[in-house]
Ligand binder design. Structure first.
Ligand SMILES: CC(C)(COP(=O)(O)OP(=O)(O)OC[C@H]1O[C@@H](n2cnc3c(N)ncnc32)[C@H](O)[C@@H]1OP(=O)(O)O)[C@@H](O)C(=O)NCCC(=O)NCCS
Length: 78
């Protein structure tokens, strides 16, 4: 999920995720899984929307400048 910098902090990501969850549910999905960079705004967003944190995988991916970053895995039952 990506919201343009100029449009952040207006609830757009929350609305996008709520719509994605509604559509997944309408298609019969019952459990969703995602991961996101540990410590970023998205982590708070998913917790606020009721996603359950599984744990952190250290040094899972790389930032564009080559530094390693950890990822946090979440799940949610619909
Ligand atoms: C993470 C991301 C998608 C959030 O998008 P967003 O549209 O800003 O998200 P929201 O507006 O729903 O919520 C963000 C914050 O704004 C706050 N907010 C929402 N509506 C608000 C409003 N009307 N006024 C003030 N603040 C508001 C929320 O409470 C939340 O606060 P927090 O940062 O303390 O948690 C965006 O920052 C992004 O694109 N980041 C880069 C890519 C990324 O990390 N994607 C996730 C990978 S899985």
């Amino acid at each position: 999920m990506l919201v343009h910098r100029s449009a952040r902090r207006r609830g757009i990501a929350q609305r996008l995720m709520e719509q994605a969850e509604r559509e997944a549910s309408a298609e019969g999905k019952t459990v969703l899984v995602l991961d996101t960079v540990t410590g970023d705004a998205a982590e708070r967003l998913y917790e606020r929307l009721g996603w359950t944190r599984v744990g952190v995988i250290p040094n899972y991916a790389l930032y564009p400048d080559g530094r390693p970053c950890s990822t946090t895995v979440f799940w949610k039952a619909l």
